[in-house]
Design a protein around this ligand. Sequence first.
Ligand code: MN3
Length: 283
Amino acid sequence: MESTIDQRDKKGTCSLRTNLFSVTTPPKTPPLTNQFQQNALWVVMNTNQLSKIMQKTFIILLTLLLSGIGLKSQDRSKTVFTFDPLPYAYDALEKAIDAQTMEIHYSRHHRAYYDNFMKAIAGTDLEYMSLGDIMAHISNYPAAVRNNAGGYFNHSLFWTVMSPDGGQPEGALLQALNESFGSLEAFKKQFEQAAATRFGSGWAWLSMDVGGKLFISSTPNQDNPLMDVVNEKGTPILALDVWEHAYYLRYQNKRASYISAFWDVVNWKEVARRYAEAMKHGQ
Ligand code: MN3
């Protein structure tokens, strides 16, 4: 940029201009005769420049505003993962599980899985995913996510499929159990077998596969049938925790006794609801 000095301004007031911003005086403009005219011209010229700058500023601000709105419309909202209250009192399942076990299991074990799941996904894309999507792609994530997402989901399901008065399987669910396993008793026997033979810590499951058929499986640790890492995938509708923390205070090493007592507190109404829900979603 080449600077020029307006030779007409002997006093040097407001005279330094750059070629970039200077507006060429029209040839027909009469010669300036006094300071007032000079100043008036300067104001007009600079008003024009100011107007252009304001126009540019306005366009820039409008662009920023519109792109801001655009970005906002693409904003994803975080998934709300809740730590739900136990649907009954700690001592409600006494006929199968003692109150102290329930309290420790819910308020410490389950709580720790939930808290650690929240920590494991903090600041990651998983905060915006559904639990189902996380499970379906669990092999992509660190062990902390697999263990704690699993622990959070599995216990949330477990509490709901137990109740002090859960009734008996009936209707479409009973029919499906009969068709898949031969009889209700045969189903129970096979489920107990899966729970009893799970080596170490894990879970037993009744699930529906993609073809709508019921099947029994067991998984180690906090894995479940929704995870892409398990062989037998499906939608779980009944779960039994066979970690020692689930039964040791009352049953010690007698896992089989805990498993057979479980039938006294199964919430068959909830299992039937989950069965109907899974059928509806084609799973
Ligand atoms: Mn547990």
